[in-house]
Write a protein that binds this ligand. Structure first.
Ligand code: GDD
Length: 409
């Protein structure tokens, strides 16, 4: 049997995702019309003999309860949310629930970061892992040398694929191969995590009993049960024939900011062409609006037949899109109203917001720039004939004058 664990973090993480994470836990933010965490969950469905999917995080239980019960029913795979009382780090969180995870006696455990967007080639990873042996296999990708330092950089043996060297977010360049945050492990991973915390405990005891305590540097070590997969496990065990890499040639992105969520929504929409074409809107459907490129429209949304929509547009439940509206590269969240002849380009429009007649909400579309995508928080009212460019607007604001390059608090 195989078990999958998805790390969802908690409210103190994901702060770069504001203002969108003010309303909803980041893992539930919709990408291509599906909660972010649905995408890795759907990928897990393709694993043979999958017994359970666990989401581990430190959000309140109730924030995930509804989601977990509906997705379990929908997919007919048991999904359970396990809440940590506080962050234990990516490996510590896993270790915390080892008894539950081992209940099904799995031969392998997948571990996935929830905030990555990729094709999750999980069956292929498992197959490669069985060939390599060792304790785990890491999904890696080649990125540009300039962007590599935002991630874990690693060096692997080109022939055996063994992980030889691992450095988390190094200051000087190590490698353009990076850790994608997707792993498959044998249960030996629990022993490795246990060893890290035992070692920490021993060191702490040594410090306490040392008669030279006053002369020792202050104890800045981490709590013994806080264990990071990258720094505490992968770095020290690299080159010891424990870890191997599997390189993906598909797309991969990390989702830390709202701008990146827009890009990733587009990547998932284009993946739907192959995996779930029925979710994509087509111009000859009942909506009859002019559709170009990949577009998702929730069945409850009302779209006027004279609207022009796409590419990369995702429209959530109960949104109303008026006559003559133009939408390009945007996410329109639940209960939004976009009135006649308004234009939305490179933007995310928050829940219950409204955009007035002939107004424009737009941006340059540079996903990496701070204001490259315009974001409207929940319940923002843009009045008629107002132009909002490259801006972030916090919830509950009314805009009756045009703004450019501003963060409106
Ligand atoms: N449950 C739980 N508890 N989840 C956690 C905790 C924790 O204490 N800490 C982090 N996470 C979750 C986050 O929500 C995220 O999904 C994932 O674990 C990794 O988060 P971080 O540990 O903050 O690392 P990162 O995202 O900056 O970088 C990691 O992922 C990159 C790929 O996206 C590293 O492993 C990098 O090497 C890697 O390139």
């Amino acid at each position: 049997k195989v078990v999958a664990v998805i790390m969802v973090g908690g409210p103190t993480k994901g702060t770069r995702f504001r203002p969108l994470s003010l309303n909803i836990p980041k893992p539930l933010f919709p990408l291509a019309g599906q909660p972010m965490v649905n995408h890795p969950i759907l990928a897990c469905k393709r694993i043979l003999n999958l017994a359970q999917i666990y989401l581990i995080g430190f959000y309140e239980e109730r924030e995930f309860a509804l989601f977990v019960s509906s997705i379990s029913n929908e997919l007919r795979v048991p999904v359970r949310y396990l809440r940590e009382d506080r962050p234990h780090g990516s490996a510590g969180g896993l270790y915390n629930f080892r008894d539950l995870i081992m209940e099904d006696n799995p031969s392998h455990i997948f571990l996935l970061n929830c905030d990555v967007c990729c094709s999750f080639p999980l069956p292929q990873m498992l197959e490669a892992h069985k060939r390599y042996g060792g304790m785990g296999t890491i999904l890696v990708i080649k990125v540009s040398p300039e962007s590599a330092n935002q991630f874990g950089e690693l060096v692997a043996d080109p022939v055996t694929n063994e992980l030889l060297h691992y450095t988390e977010k190094p200051e000087t360049f190590v490698s353009d191969r990076i850790n994608c945050g997707v792993y498959v492990f044998t249960p030996d991973i629990f022993t490795a995590i246990q060893d890290v915390s035992t070692h920490r405990k021993d060191r702490a005891t040594l410090r306490r009993v040392s008669s030279f305590e006053a002369l020792q540097p202050p104890d800045r070590s981490l709590p013994t049960d806080f264990v990071r997969l990258d720094q505490d496990i992968l770095s020290p065990l690299a080159g010891k024939r424990q870890f191997y890499v599997y390189e993906t040639m598909d797309f991969w992105e990390q989702i830390k900011t709202p701008g990146m969520s827009l890009k990733c929504s587009g990547l998932y929409l284009s993946q739907f062409r192959f995996t779930a074409p029925h979710l994509l809107a087509s111009g000859d459907g009942t909506k009859k609006a002019a559709i170009s490129g990949d577009v998702y429209i929730h069945p409850s949304a009302k779209v006027h037949p004279t609207a022009k929509i796409g590419p990369n547009v995702s429209i959530s439940a109960n949104a109303r899109i008026g006559a003559g509206v133009r939408l390009v590269n945007c996410i329109i969240l639940d209960d939004v109203e976009i009135k006649e002849n308004a234009v939305v380009i490179h933007a995310i429009v928050g829940w219950k917001s409204s955009i007035g007649r002939w107004s424009r909400v737009q941006a340059s579309g540079d996903h990496n720039a701070k204001l490259g995508v315009t974001i409207l928080g929940e319940s923002v009212m843009v009045e008629d004939e107002v132009v909002i460019i490259n801006s972030i607007v916090l919830p509950n604001k009314t805009l009756n004058v045009s703004v450019q390059g501003e963060i409106i608090l």
